[in-house]
Ligand binder design. Structure first.
Ligand code: UDP
Length: 256
C-alpha cells in the first residue's frame, strides 16, 4: 500500500496511481479544513463516511446518465476513478440563500431562491477561489463556451436529481459544489463529473428542524461533524444501525 505512487494530495483527499494507465485511486482522509486551510482538524471517521456517501451519489448519478469519473468502490476509504484533466472551476449550485451568497449580498440565510443559481469560482487557493463570470472563463481559456454550456446543463440535472434524493430522506439541499474534468474517450474529449459530492461539499439541512448536517458544523463550531455525516449516511441507507446485542456502534454497509 505504501509503495503506491502519490500523484496529488489535497486538503481532504489523496490521489494515487491506479492499477491501469488512465486510472487513479481516490483516498478520503480524515482531515477537515475550512477558510482555505486556516482552520484544520482531524475528524476520525469523516473520510470513510465521505467516501461512501460520494460513491453512493456518483453511482446514482451514473444511473441517470450523468457521465462521472467513478469506476468502482475499492474499500471503505478509497475508490477507483478515471484520470481526468480537472477544469479549474468550482461550480456552486444554490437553491437556498446561505454562506458566501448571504454575506456578499446581505441576504438572510434560509431564503428560498426563486430559481436555482449556478456560480463559478476559479480554483486558485492563493486567491481564495474568486467568483468569476462566464466571460472570464472563456476569455482566459479555462473552458470553452461549449464546455461551459455542458457543465451548466449537467450541474442543473445533478441539482434536480440530488434535490429529490435528499428530499426523499427529509433533507433540504441548500447548495453544493462540484467539479468537472475532461477525459478522452474514442478520440473525443468528454466532460465528466469529478472530485466528490459529500456533506463536505454540500449544505444539507433537516427539513423539519433545519438542523445542519454538513461541514458548516465544523466551519462554525456548531456540533459533532461525524454524528451528522452518519445521520446522512443512515438516511441514505448506507449506514445500518447495530442489531440489539451488537457490541459496536453503527456500521457502514459494504458496497460490493
Ligand atoms: N464549497 C466547497 N468548497 C469550497 C467552497 C464552497 O465545497 O471551497 C461548498 C460549500 O460547502 C457550500 C457551497 O459550496 O455547500 C457554497 O459555498 P459558499 O460559496 O457559500 O462558500 P462558504 O460559505 O463555504 O465559504
Amino acid at each position: 500500500m505504501s509503495r503506491r505512487r502519490r500523484v496529488y494530495e489535497g486538503k481532504a483527499k489523496i490521489l494515487y496511481e491506479g492499477p491501469e494507465p488512465g486510472t487513479l485511486i481516490q483516498h478520503f482522509k480524515d482531515d477537515a479544513t475550512a477558510f482555505n486551510k486556516k482552520k484544520h482538524d482531524i475528524v476520525e471517521g469523516k473520510g470513510v463516511l465521505n467516501n461512501r456517501i460520494s460513491e453512493y451519489i456518483f453511482i446514482k448519478l451514473g444511473e441517470i446518465g450523468i457521465p462521472t469519473h467513478f469506476v468502482k468502490a475499492l474499500n471503505m476509504r478509497e475508490q477507483l476513478i478515471r484520470e481526468a484533466e480537472i477544469i479549474p472551476l468550482e461550480i456552486v449550485v444554490r437553491n437556498v440563500v446561505a454562506g458566501s451568497l448571504a454575506e456578499r449580498l446581505g441576504m438572510e440565510e434560509g431564503t428560498q431562491l426563486p430559481r436555482s443559481i449556478v456560480e463559478f469560482y476559479y480554483k486558485a487557493d492563493e486567491l481564495d477561489d474568486p467568483l468569476v463570470a462566464e466571460e472570464h472563463i472563456t476569455a482566459f481559456g479555462w473552458a470553452t463556451p461549449q464546455e461551459l454550456d455542458e457543465v451548466m446543463a449537467l450541474a442543473l440535472r445533478i441539482n434536480d436529481f440530488m434535490c429529490g434524493l435528499f428530499l426523499g430522506i427529509g433533507i433540504r439541499l441548500v447548495d453544493f459544489k462540484i467539479e468537472f474534468g475532461r477525459l478522452i474517450e474514442n478520440e473525443m474529449i468528454r466532460i465528466v463529473l469529478a472530485d466528490e459530492i459529500s456533506p463536505d461539499s454540500c449544505r444539507l439541512w433537516d427539513i423539519e428542524t433545519n438542523k445542519k448536517l454538513d461541514k458548516d458544523l465544523f466551519r462554525r463550531d456548531l456540533g459533532n461533524l461525524v454524528e451528522a455525516y452518519q445521520e446522512v449516511a443512515r438516511r441514505l441507507g448506507i449506514l445500518v444501525d447495530p442489531r440489539p446485542g451488537d457490541a459496536k456502534g453503527p456500521v457502514l454497509v459494504q458496497s460490493n
